[in-house]
Design a protein around this ligand. Structure first.
Ligand SMILES: C[S@@+](CC[C@H](N)C(=O)[O-])C[C@H]1O[C@@H](n2cnc3c(N)ncnc32)[C@H](O)[C@@H]1O
Length: 242
């Protein structure tokens, strides 16, 4: 069982709260990300895309694309057409502005779509990426089933997600950082302390690597692998569709 953590104390669904929250913090999202990750977020996204580049995909889907940083990185793979989906209009709008500025609009298409009910044909993507998206999904199993459906056979899913260090001392320092420093940075940059409290709490409640590996296996994926980075504060999972 995955504990459901929501940003706000209201009766709205997690999905609705999440789309409203990202709409609200979108303007300061990139800068806050840089600050709370000490600039490491760019390196982590590059590591994710490096794994994808090994299979030389022609068509890749970036789920929970946000302001499109992973989608943009994915265009560095030769002849790779990239689609990005997200449920926050404001995040997509900022992503689109970046894409136009970088003259990448012939290589990337961003669409407002929910991962749990995508409109893409089955077996249509060589690869799917998700960076810092999974812990925000309302129903992780539904999302993984849909991703499995749209992936081609032998296609790969690569997920970058926050995690908790295993070393006890680092674990406690990290907890302190998540509980105190991160909401303060969020408050200063985006003025929504609840959003960054939620982002910290959702990291603390995200399943550990063996639980998440099992979730991937139960949803039909094979060759499930996980590698921790930066002392275990993020993990990169990869899995294939048979
Ligand atoms: C933390 S941001 C990550 C953005 C981007 N991938 C990055 O690396 O910065 C999480 C994103 O997941 C999106 N999201 C949450 N639930 C979703 C769903 N059901 N379908 C599509 N996107 C979703 C949010 O709107 C938000 O933009």
């Amino acid at each position: 069982m995955i504990k459901k953590v929501k940003p706000y104390n209201t009766h709205e669904s997690k999905k609705l709260q999440i789309s409203k929250m990202f709409d609200k913090i979108s303007i300061k999202y990139d800068i806050t990300n840089k600050l709370i990750s000490l600039g490491l977020d760019t390196i982590w996204r590059r590591k994710l895309v490096k794994i994808i580049s090994l299979i030389k995909p022609k068509k890749t889907l970036d789920v929970a694309t946000g302001t499109a940083d992973v989608a943009i990185e994915l265009t560095k793979i030769e002849n790779n057409k990239v689609f990005g989906i997200d449920i926050s209009n404001n995040m997509i709008e900022l992503g689109e502005k970046k894409i136009i500025r970088l003259k990448l609009d012939n290589k990337i298409k961003l669409i407002n779509q929910d991962v749990e009910k995508m409109k893409f044909n089955s077996n249509s993507f060589d690869a799917v990426t998700i960076a810092f998206g999974v812990r925000n999904f309302e129903n992780i199993n539904k999302a993984l089933k849909e991703i499995f459906r749209v992936l081609k056979s032998n296609g790969i899913l690569v997920i970058l997600e926050t995690s908790i260090p295993e070393n006890l001392i680092l674990k406690n320092i990290h907890k302190l950082y998540l509980r105190i420093i991160m909401p303060i940075i969020g408050l200063i940059t985006s003025s929504d302390i609840n959003a960054y409290k939620y982002l910290a709490l959702s990291t603390m409640n995200f399943p550990n690597k063996s639980v998440f590996n099992n979730i991937l296996l139960k949803n039909g994926f094979i060759k499930v692998n996980v590698k921790k980075h930066s002392f275990g504060i993020v993990s990169i999972y990869s899995a294939s569709k048979p």
